[in-house]
Design a protein around this ligand. Structure first.
Ligand SMILES: *Cc1c(COP(=O)(O)O)cnc(C)c1O
Length: 376
């Protein structure tokens, strides 16, 4: 039995999307980004299904610790790095690779006395103005790290895009050349293979849209989950397949008369007798509270419009096009036949927030063609 609202995670689609990353970046090492519970898909589930990856990336130290405790032995990069001694200790204990992005972190590293080797990514800020050293600070940071005796292997170098999902914004090309120019001097000085820095620039938008950004390592996030990083396309355009489908069921069907109002605040008023469907999903499950009237929903595979406000446990739809719909019938909120990118537009948001927002109440079902569907 499933609870009313459930998410199906298509593990074949996940593998397929990894292949698409490989097609775009055939010579790069791949670091799937599985932060924020793998964008709501289940961090351990995604990690254990992508064990062939060269590394994983998470945002926070705790996420890396969780993966290690679950037995994941791949390299793990903590994109946000450590922010206090406890996090630094955890990074050492659990052999995580950390991003170093600030002088505060450098001071903490230099204050260490015991030699417990670990690998790092030095982050250059090429214009995002979030984490990272400015180009003018970069040489100093690099030199100081070189003198930290417990850094294992070469000092790898990374940056992050601010607006790569806009193909018309030349900021991205400026970020790439700033990165290349800044690291060029260091790369030139590295004569031994063992000290050669590896570089990483591209997120999903970089991989799909900016081939100049594909270097030693790529960091795909959203595209692995089958979602387009570019707002003017769906994943299908890039041959990606959605990994998450969100489903529920009709829990009631009723006729309401002209002039009657539906839901909280009576936000929707009936202009003619209407067959109303009530569906067991709401913002308590992660369905977006701000989905507008008219947001498409599939009932028995056919599109019907959302009406009235989204409440915590329920939403309402106009079943005019589906007069025989009945309680128990299946409902798709997004998935294979209804692109999450389209729902995001109706909800004035981006697909990232929709997948990340799925709550604990939603039951997860893993699907692969080889195994029959099983509930977990
Ligand atoms: C989240 C994140 C990514 C992945 O971004 P997508 O747009 O999901 O591909 C890559 N790099 C860094 C530093 C990130 O924070």
């Amino acid at each position: 039995m499933t609870s009313t609202a459930y998410a199906v995670i298509n593990l074949d689609a996940l593998q397929h999307n990894l292949q698409i990353v490989r097609q775009y970046a055939p010579n790069a090492k791949i670091m799937p980004v599985i932060k924020a519970n793998a964008y709501g898909h289940g961090m351990l589930r995604v990690a254990t299904n992508l064990l062939s990856s060269d590394a994983f990336a998470v945002a926070r130290t705790e996420e890396g610790v969780l993966l290690r405790k679950a037995g994941i032995t791949n390299k793990i990069t903590v994109l946000g790095g450590f922010n206090c001694i406890n996090e630094l200790e955890a990074i050492l204990t659990y052999q995580l690779d950390t991003v170093v992005h600030s002088f505060t972190q450098l001071n903490m590293l230099e204050a260490r006395t015991e030699l417990n080797a670990f690998s790092i990514w030095l982050k250059l800020d090429t214009g995002m103005n979030r984490l990272g050293f400015k180009p003018i600070e970069f040489t100093a940071a690099y030199q100081r790290l070189k003198y930290c005796p417990f850094i294992k292997g070469p000092i790898n170098i990374m940056t992050h895009f601010a607006n790569a999902d806009d193909k018309h914004d030349t900021t991205t090309l400026k970020q790439i050349s700033l990165f290349n120019n800044t690291v060029a001097t260091f790369l030139d000085e590295q004569l031994l293979d063992s000290e050669r820095s590896e570089c990483s620039i591209a997120n999903s938008a970089g991989i799909l849209g900016w081939p100049e950004s594909i270097t030693d390592w790529v960091r795909p996030g959203i595209m692995l989950y089958g979602i387009s990083p570019f707002p003017d396309h769906t994943g299908e355009y890039w041959q990606l397949k959605p990994v998450m489908g969100l489903y529920s069921r009709l829990i009631a069907v009723k006729v309401i008369e002209k002039g009657e109002k539906v839901g909280y605040s009576g936000a929707w008023t009936c202009t003619k007798p209407t067959l109303l469907g009530i569906i067991g999903i709401g913002y308590g499950d992660g369905y977006p509270r701000y989905a507008k009237e008219g947001t498409p929903i599939l009932v028995n595979g056919l599109r019907v419009p959302l009406i009235g406000r989204v409440s915590m446990d329920m939403i309402t739809v106009d079943l005019e096009s589906q007069p025989v719909a009945k309680p128990g019938d299946s409902v798709t909120l997004w998935g294979d036949s209804l692109a999450i990118e389209e729902i995001a537009i109706y909800a004035d948001t981006i697909p990232y927030t929709l997948v990340c927002g799925i709550t604990q109440r939603v039951q997860f079902i893993e699907y692969t063609k080889s195994l029959t569907q099983h509930e977990i």
